[in-house]
Design a binder for this molecule. Sequence first.
Ligand SMILES: NC(=O)c1ccc[n+]([C@@H]2O[C@H](COP(=O)([O-])OP(=O)(O)OC[C@H]3O[C@@H](n4cnc5c(N)ncnc54)[C@H](OP(=O)(O)O)[C@@H]3O)[C@@H](O)[C@H]2O)c1
Length: 239
Amino acid sequence: MELKNRSAIITGAGKGIGKAIATALAEEGVNLGLVARTRSDLESLQASLASTYGVKVFIASADIAVKSEVDQAVSTLKENLGSIDILINNAGIGTFGTLLDMDHEQWESIIQTNVLGTYYVTRAALPTMLEQSSGSIINIASSAGERGFATGSAYCASKFAVIGMTEALMQEVRKSNIRVTVLTPSTVNTELASNAGLKIGDEDRMMQAEDLAELVLAALKLPDRVFIKSAGIWTTNPQ
Ligand SMILES: NC(=O)c1ccc[n+]([C@@H]2O[C@H](COP(=O)([O-])OP(=O)(O)OC[C@H]3O[C@@H](n4cnc5c(N)ncnc54)[C@H](OP(=O)(O)O)[C@@H]3O)[C@@H](O)[C@H]2O)c1
């Protein structure tokens, strides 16, 4: 698909992987609608991408875990952008601990954000894609959605769910010319990883958010008639 002048909504665009994807898409001439909770992160990215790449960048500060905030944000961004050709469901949180050590509010909040948040954003954006009979949705799950590990009960459960939701939706909408993809990266050098204590050793040798953004671009650039159903992205430098 030709990317120039397309419109994309990216959740969790304030930092990390979402910010790298926003930057890569802006470089291709894609107009952007950026979502995160921290408005100042979005404002500084908006200013730098609009001035560097000359694309239109709209922002909406919203918590994807709250349906009313998502509905408001997606509707405003759609009005500003005029269409939604691409949706990157990237926003997510991860905290880790044994099932009994994590309190239930913490556990529930991971499911509420990673699973229900992804569902709310998709539910708000999908009708536009169905009207257009075109669109690409890329969900950022994790290798934690393919295998469980100790201390990951909530995070793994949430990412297994995102993979299942993606595959089911893909089967519902592919005949409407809407491509739905799930990416399952292993550890990426971001705040989420460092806060979770996942960064070990040489940061430069870890997978970078920009590496993942390259895969997103490659997936979006495929001819409309094909799509990547799911893809893992790993590092050649396992710790
Ligand atoms: N880093 C890794 O090792 C890794 C590996 C595999 C998959 N992933 C997945 O990749 C995605 C991005 O992770 P990252 O490492 O880039 O994390 P990050 O550096 O912590 O950035 C997360 C972004 O999402 C936003 N966000 C978080 N909760 C939100 C909410 N409730 N509503 C709206 N925005 C929210 C954050 O902004 P605010 O806090 O301002 O809202 C921030 O902009 C997540 O889904 C994560 O699970 C990460």
